[in-house]
Write a protein that binds this ligand. Structure first.
Ligand code: ATP
Length: 243
């Protein structure tokens, strides 16, 4: 079955996933339309990272269905989802320490083999415009960069693949405030100027509220509450997370 609505981007229908016999996600369902921006909230261990990895195809679904542009991708492998236009910035960044900044960004180009993009060999200039620091440190090895620089690199690498949806797992974790502000500014531009949809796991609610329209609160592998950020102040939602 396909979903016939040209504005739909990602749809989860009663999605479950597990590590071996240990089920972590239970019946997760939501829709993201093109250009939507939502944040996933919840205490440590409720399954936020597992949700992103399941969407990315790094962990298989044990139940339910995932649709991308209306077509079922539940069985599709991670590299195919990346090529289909889903970019992932994992928790802890996972840059390649022995490669230079430029080489790390070029790794992101491997997602660009989808229709209309084949043959792109150059990191889009937009990545350097969003994160000017990356130009200055382009020849430096990623392993010697600060946490904030690595985070900008990890986001830049995902954007080099020109995704339609960017999944971000706690991008402000352990990052100093001035870099958090730069990342916030960059993500706002990614949304507004590039029209990229964003699904972000974030503990810093003020940061998430600055660009997300919707929120999902998870408890024990389920979405227990969702709403619009404009009508729910972050401190009220924080109380839901810590029950
Ligand atoms: N590789 C794994 N193998 C087995 N269990 C795992 C694995 N990764 C995570 N888990 C378990 O799955 C559950 C959900 O973990 P997950 O990392 O998705 O939570 P989270 O909400 O992202 O937490 P955090 O905020 O700490 O990153 C936890 O109970 C965790 O111990």
């Amino acid at each position: 079955m396909a979903i016939e609505d040209a504005d739909q981007l990602l749809n989860l229908r009663t999605v479950s996933s597990a590590y071996g016999k240990s089920q972590v996600l239970w019946d997760v369902a939501f829709d993201l339309r093109k250009g939507d921006c939502a944040t996933v909230l919840g205490r440590n261990g409720v399954g936020k990272t597992t949700l992103l990895k399941t969407i990315m195809g790094q962990i298989p679904c044990t139940g339910g269905h995932i649709y991308w542009h209306g077509h079922e991708v539940t069985e599709m492998q991670a590299h195919q989802r990346s090529r289909a236009g889903i970019g992932f910035v994992p928790q802890g960044r996972h840059v390649f320490p022995h490669l230079s900044v430029r080489e790390n960004l070029e790794v992101g180009l491997s997602a660009l083999t989808r229709k209309g993009f084949s043959g792109a060999k150059k990191v889009p200039e937009m990545v350097f415009e969003l994160f000017p620091k990356l130009t200055q440190i382009a020849d430096r090895k990623a392993g010697v960069l600060s946490g904030g620089e690595q985070q900008q690199l990890a986001i830049g690498r995902a954007l080099a693949g020109q995704p339609e949806l960017l999944l971000l797992d706690e991008p402000t974790e352990g990052i100093q405030p001035n870099i958090v502000q730069q990342i916030e500014d960059a993500l706002l531009r990614v949304r507004k100027e590039l029209g990229v949809a964003i699904l972000i796991v974030e503990q810093n609610l003020d940061f998430a509220w600055s660009f997300a329209d919707r929120f999902f609160v998870m408890q024990r592998g389920r979405i227990v509450k969702e709403g619009r950020t404009e009508t729910a102040p972050p401190d009220e939602v924080a109380a839901l997370i810590h029950v």
